[in-house]
Design a protein. Structure first.
Length: 332
């Protein structure tokens, strides 16, 4: 399915992930992202709620509120003209917490407000607004990037479940089919293939995941494709191909053989680069079969039948390697 079957273990420099916090947040799973999203706001509200409570406590606002609650008529008449609180209507930590929320999310119910009495309160108001804007920018940007990630567009880029090997123009070819389910096109689409297998050098060095690029041919030419309809991408198995010595008899004995296909392009509607991947193991490669046609002309328009996207039919194909086929042709 194109997912990387590689586990990263014993990473000692974990701090490198914190040097790129935004990408780390975007790469997290949704439950972890939502938890961080909620806790970042809640912790900032609690922190500044404590700051507002300390300001009110240091200025005596809490004692004044207590006196008003005990004797509202006498307390109001005696202190209304003399005492000015830093923040009005703060008489407990709960009210300070509510005021912190009002400041950071700019709700402003009107019951609590900052006065000119305390310069420290004005400074905290400015700091909390700046911190709130930074948190909003980071977290909302993270949520936006997660919801608009390019790999979501790749869900509608499909590959055939099996690849096939058959004759085309008298040569053995490795073929697969790729298509796009959406009407909006992928701009500047390119496709490339790699063979990944375990190899050993002449010196005895074992490379468990050796990557070998293989050349492709398609109806457009080169690696660029115009994905207006499903295309059959093929690779000619010649003397430069890593599949040159593979026959139907020994194909399934290559358990370490895997052919990776990568399709890249720019999403037309968003301008974001997307990538779709798949791979074919040895048992997913069908020898001597060919994809059935799925494009037909109906009422002056071309119609694509995706129900037959991965269907194949058997065709006469030599049961020998590409090397043997070329040698037989040279003898004839």
């Amino acid at each position: 399915n194109g997912a990387c079957n590689v586990a990263h273990k014993n990473i000692r420099e974990q701090g490198r992930f914190l040097q790129d916090v935004f990408t780390t947040l975007v790469d997290l799973k949704w439950p972890h992202t939502l938890l961080i999203f909620t806790m970042s706001f809640l912790c900032s509200w609690l922190l500044f709620g404590m700051v507002w409570w300390l300001i009110a406590f240091a200025h005596g606002d809490l004692d004044h509120s207590t006196r008003l609650q005990r004797d509202p008529a006498e307390g109001a008449a005696r202190s209304a003209a003399a005492f000015v609180p830093c923040v009005t209507s703060i008489h407990s930590f709960t009210s300070a917490f509510l005021f912190s929320i009002e400041v950071q999310v700019t709700i402003g119910f009107g019951g609590r407000m900052v006065t000119e009495e305390c310069p420290a309160a004005i400074l905290v108001l400015i700091v909390q607004n700046i911190v709130g804007l930074v948190i909003n920018a980071i977290m909302l940007g993270c949520i936006f990037m997660k919801t608009s990630q390019a790999h979501r567009r790749a869900e509608t880029l499909i590959f055939s479940k099996h690849a096939v090997i058959a004759l085309r123009e008298g040569r053995l070819c490795f073929m697969l089919r790729v298509g796009d389910l959406r009407k909006s096109m992928i701009i500047s689409a390119t496709i490339r293939m790699q063979v990944v297998k375990k190899t050993a050098s002449l010196e005895g060095e074992v490379v468990p995941l050796n990557q070998i690029d293989i050349q492709m041919e398609n109806p457009v030419g080169g690696n660029s494709i115009f994905l207006v309809s499903p295309l059959i991408i093929y690779h000619v198995i010649d003397k430069n191909s890593p599949l040159y010595d593979i026959s139907p008899m020994n194909l399934h004995h290559h358990e370490d053989l895997e052919i990776i296909v990568i399709l890249e392009g720019v999403v037309e509607t968003t301008g974001i680069t997307t990538q779709a991947r798949t791979s074919y193991l040895a048992d997913e490669i069908l020898w001597g079969q060919r994809f059935v046609p799925i494009v037909a002309e109906e009422d002056g328009r071309y119609s694509v039948d995706y129900s037959k996207f991965g269907n194949t039919v058997k065709v006469p194909t030599p049961s020998c390697t590409a090397r043997q086929l070329e040698e037989d042709k040279s003898i004839m």
